[in-house]
Design a protein around this ligand. Structure first.
Ligand code: GUN
Length: 293
């Protein structure tokens, strides 16, 4: 069993990004600039956003954090989005989800200029991705395909079972892995809460992507020998031995599943770090106008 080390990979990629930023600047180019909008005080969102900002510093990107209280109106947030759309110094930006329940997330996502949508959530980017056109790929699926690529994991003709059909992970990764080329050319089964006999579906997999958001949901006896397991889950699990009162666990029962795998991502230290790194890769692409010249 080999661990797919998201920490090591993301450090390597960040070193490459930092070198590119230096080279850009040396040619008199612009410093990539990512802005992040955080509304309210969701503790997990606060952790994710600070990690995104910190990662910008590590690679020499400029970053801006725009914080607004949970009481912010939808119109006020739309105004923030419009200002970022119009700011020529901002190459890309994200509005951290979830938003407070009085704000319509779809409306906010649609208001973001797709040329600055480094989260790849805008329907223009999603549609272009689905058609195999250049697009900003959503950060987690982008991080996963980059991980498969850099570990040279064979995908052509493999049976990939995706567990969870969210707009930001399950659905896009199922599209990306079924596309022509590498990593891709998989036969994909997209499973969800209404799937019948889920363990039997997962047992047929050569590659499993677990993105259901339920701690330790995928059990040891659901996995056949030699499977590649990608665990997207980041769940807080009560643990009285920790100062915080919790530890992070994935959607996979790691202890039981890992011995059967050819490769598996740990939690933490797997896909989560690749997600942040993929966002940086998208921001550099935005700065270089690679997707939308
Ligand atoms: N909430 C959970 N994941 C994400 C993400 O990748 N981007 C944003 N903006 N919000 C999220």
């Amino acid at each position: 069993m080999q661990l797919l080390d998201g920490k090591l990979l993301s450090e390597n990629i960040k070193a490459e990004l930092a070198a590119e930023v230096e080279a850009l600047r040396g040619r008199g180019g612009k410093t990539p600039h990512l802005a992040a909008v955080l509304v309210g005080e969701n503790p997990a969102s606060q952790v994710y956003v600070s990690s995104k900002i910190k990662s910008c510093e590590q690679v020499g990107f400029k970053s801006s954090l725009i914080q607004r209280p949970a009481s912010t109106s939808e119109q006020e947030l739309l105004d923030v989005v419009r200002q970022l759309n119009e700011d020529p110094d901002v190459d890309g930006f994200i509005v951290q989800l979830p938003l407070p329940s009085h704000i319509n997330e779809e409306k906010i996502t649609l208001a973001i200029d797709h040329r600055k949508d480094v989260d790849g959530f805008h329907p223009v980017n999603f549609g272009r991705m689905a058609q195999g056109l250049p697009a900003f790929l959503p950060a987690t699926p982008f991080g996963i395909v980059e991980m498969l690529r850099r570990y040279n994991i064979e995908t052509a003709g493999k049976h990939c079972v995706v567990v969870g059909r969210s707009n930001i992970v399950g659905t896009p990764i199922s599209i990306l892995l079924s596309r022509k080329g590498y990593p891709g050319d998989c036969t994909v089964t997209l499973t969800h809460s209404r799937t019948q006999n889920l363990p039997a579906e997962v047992r047929r997999a050569d590659i499993v992507v677990a993105a259901i958001g339920i701690p330790q949901f995928i059990k040891g006896d659901w996995i056949k020998e030699g499977t590649v397991v990608i665990d997207v889950g980041i769940n807080r699990f009560p643990d009285t031995t920790k100062k915080s009162g919790y530890r992070l666990v994935g959607d996979v029962d790691f202890e039981a599943v890992a011995p059967k795998c050819s490769h598996i991502t740990p939690v933490p230290g797997g896909v989560g770090l690749m997600t942040v790194t993929a966002l940086l890769m998208n921001t550099l692409k935005a700065c270089k106008k690679e997707i939308y010249p």
